[in-house]
Design a protein around this ligand. Structure first.
Ligand SMILES: C[S@@+](CC[C@H](N)C(=O)[O-])C[C@H]1O[C@@H](n2cnc3c(N)ncnc32)[C@H](O)[C@@H]1O
Length: 349
């Protein structure tokens, strides 16, 4: 018996106690978000009764309640154990270490694509001073050093001591790279001294994106260019039969997991308000057709559990959603990241 078929839904509905047909369907609706047709409901009850998994009790007026049997409970428990095994094989149930996670994303096809677009848009050239704001473990520092050559400078800034140490280790032997510990709301840099700056999935996390943009505007020279690569988590779409569950999952990510969950779409406006012009906005959408690949980037399992704890999903919705995602059926999820180019207006001659 498959976890999502009518018989399993009916059996699960009966675990709370005996119910007659109409009440079974109300409980099924709570579990799955949809009622069963009368044919499916009574067909499922008849098949379960034949297999000895439910039994009919004495009629109460025109209604005949059904009760789950011991065999029925055993079967459900066995199914739950199997699903847990399948789910454990499909989903990463332990939160990955942050550096491992960042390296992993950078190595995906989608990660390489948007990073390539962002690097191209930066137009960093020989002799430039380039700032990588929120440089993390130094993912992009070596490539930037290659762009600016021996006469240029790359300054990576990150608020995490661990990231800064790792970025330094990873760029040892690159004399033009300097990694500093700092908060990008207050850059330890003079006015108008840098040619280029970039953020890559950083403004989604900061306290005050507008204040960071104002600070970057201060340190870039006239004609200087800033490239922002930031996602818009409201665009996260996961195909699932119950659209309300899928939407609640996404809403939880934007409301509770990512501080500035919809920063992607806001950046052109915020950059203009900070005194930049915005000559170009592009978007890259990562499309996942493999649930394991999606989970390794999106953390589907752990974020589902958090969504339950935060009250965005019920336990039943979460179990049914994870079971559907972990099943062998077709899978699709996508999320859009914006690459926004912002320029400091050139000084008048
Ligand atoms: C998602 S990681 C991205 C790292 C890197 N840009 C990359 O593409 O791999 C975000 C980084 O921003 C840093 N960060 C967040 N808020 C910051 C702040 N206010 N000042 C400096 N760094 C910050 C974090 O420490 C983290 O390393």
């Amino acid at each position: 018996m498959r976890t999502h078929d009518a018989q399993t839904l009916v059996l699960t509905a009966l675990t709370e106690g005996p119910l007659h047909g109409y009440a079974v369907n109300t409980a099924v609706e709570k579990l799955s978000g949809a009622r069963l047709g009368a044919g499916s409901l009574y067909g499922a009850l008849a098949r379960l009764e034949r297999k000895g998994l439910v039994e009919a009790l004495a009629a109460q007026g025109r209604q005949r309640p059904y009760r789950i049997t011991g065999r029925g409970r055993e079967l459900l428990a066995r199914e739950a154990r199997t699903m847990e095994r399948v789910s454990g094989q499909v989903f990463e149930t332990v939160t990955p270490d942050e550096v491992r996670y960042l390296d992993r994303v950078a190595a995906t096809g989608a990660g390489r694509t948007y990073k390539h677009v962002a690097r191209y848009e930066l137009r960093a050239g020989p002799g430039h001073t380039v700032l990588d704001l929120g440089c993390g473990p130094g993912t992009d520092l070596a490539a930037l050093a290659g762009c600016v050559g021996p006469a240029g400078a790359v300054i990576g800034i990150d608020a995490s001591r661990e990231m800064v140490e790792l970025a330094r280790e990873r760029t040892e032997g690159l004399p033009t790279v300097d990694v500093r510990l700092g908060d990008i709301h207050q850059l330890p840099l003079p006015d108008a001294g840098a040619d280029r700056a970039r953020t890559d999935r950083v403004l989604q996390h900061v306290d005050d994106p507008a204040a960071v943009l104002a600070e970057v505007r201060r340190v870039l020279r006239p004609g200087g260019r800033l490239v922002l690569a930031e996602p818009d988590w409201d665009s996260l779409a996961v195909d699932h039969a119950d659209l309300d569950t899928a939407r609640a999952y996404t809403r939880h990510i934007t409301d509770r997991i990512i501080r500035n969950g919809i920063i992607g779409r806001q950046l052109p406006r915020l950059a203009q308000e900070a005194g930049f012009t915005v000559p170009a906005v592009t978007a890259t959408t990562s499309v996942f057709r493999d649930v394991r690949a999606a989970d390794s980037v999106l953390g589907l399992h752990r974020n589902t559990r958090r969504a339950v704890a935060a009250g965005y999903l019920t336990e039943e919705q979460a179990d049914s959603w994870l079971a559907a995602l972990a099943s062998d059926g077709p899978f699709l999820a996508s999320v859009t990241l914006y690459v926004v180019v912002a320029e400091v207006p050139a000084a008048r001659p």
